[in-house]
Write a protein that binds this ligand. Structure first.
Ligand SMILES: [Zn+2]
Ligand SMILES: [Zn+2]
Length: 225
């Protein structure tokens, strides 16, 4: 029997310094959005994702990380070891494959983020064609879809959430035989997946920035006292 997985494949937790999402919130908001899986992809940090995936019993957490390659960000899912930063895109993908993982070219054509642009090529397994926090949204989706066609890569989606209520605006539907991390990543490589989603409403990004300011004020106050 085929099981349909609905997963946000790009979420940062408090293990990324710039995110507010605690492991509890991760599962809470993912369930609230009707997802049945979520990937943890913290910036250049892997242990947190592994810990969360192990600790959460009633929800499928796909451990991963977002690697800062010298040519742009790359999401690695289901790796068995840490992937170092600063390597070229091709070298990074090689490391991901050697670690048994799936390499995703994330937000390849956006502004303000480490995006791969011309470094996208056929060594990747998939392209994140919808990044729900991408700017500019429409043109980046179009360019990423064109690249997926050109290089014959699977198409996935994620939110790049850093604040709980943002989770689930970008999600991937994946058809699997069993709801396991292995089955999900294999299905992505095989192309048994579809990207869905829409742009995160501006109000949620503003709320995230307010949280960030509050935290800065609190930290400064603590330092002054
Ligand atoms: Zn990124
Ligand atoms: Zn990210």
């Amino acid at each position: 029997m085929t099981i349909q997985i609905r997963a946000d494949l790009h979420v940062h937790t408090t293990y990324s310094n710039d995110s507010f999402i605690t492991p509890k919130e991760l599962v809470f908001y993912a369930k609230k959005k009707g997802l049945n899986a979520v990937a943890v992809t913290d910036h250049d940090y892997w242990e947190g994702a592994v810990k969360i995936a192990k600790e959460v019993k009633d929800f499928l957490v796909i451990p991963g990380m977002e690697v800062s390659s010298s040519e742009g960000h790359i999401v690695a899912l289901n790796i068995k070891k840490f992937i170092p930063q600063g390597l070229t895109a091709v070298e990074t993908v090689e490391h991901i494959h050697n670690a048994g993982g799936v390499a995703i070219a994330c937000h390849p054509y956006v502004y303000f983020k480490g995006c791969l642009r011309n470094a996208v090529c056929d060594v990747f397994d998939a392209i994140e064609v919808i990044n729900a926090r991408a700017f500019p949204f429409k043109s980046s989706v179009k360019k990423a879809m064109d690249a997926a066609e050109k290089f014959k890569l699977s198409q996935v989606a994620g939110t790049d959430a850093h604040y709980g209520p943002q989770i689930g605006f970008g999600y991937t539907i994946i058809d699997v035989e069993e709801a396991t991390v292995e089955a999900v990543t294999k299905a992505i490589v095989a192309g048994h997946c579809q990207a869905h989603g829409q742009q995160v409403p501006i109000v949620l990004n503003v709320q995230q920035q307010i949280q960030r300011l509050k935290r800065m004020v609190k930290k400064t106050a603590a330092e002054l006292s």
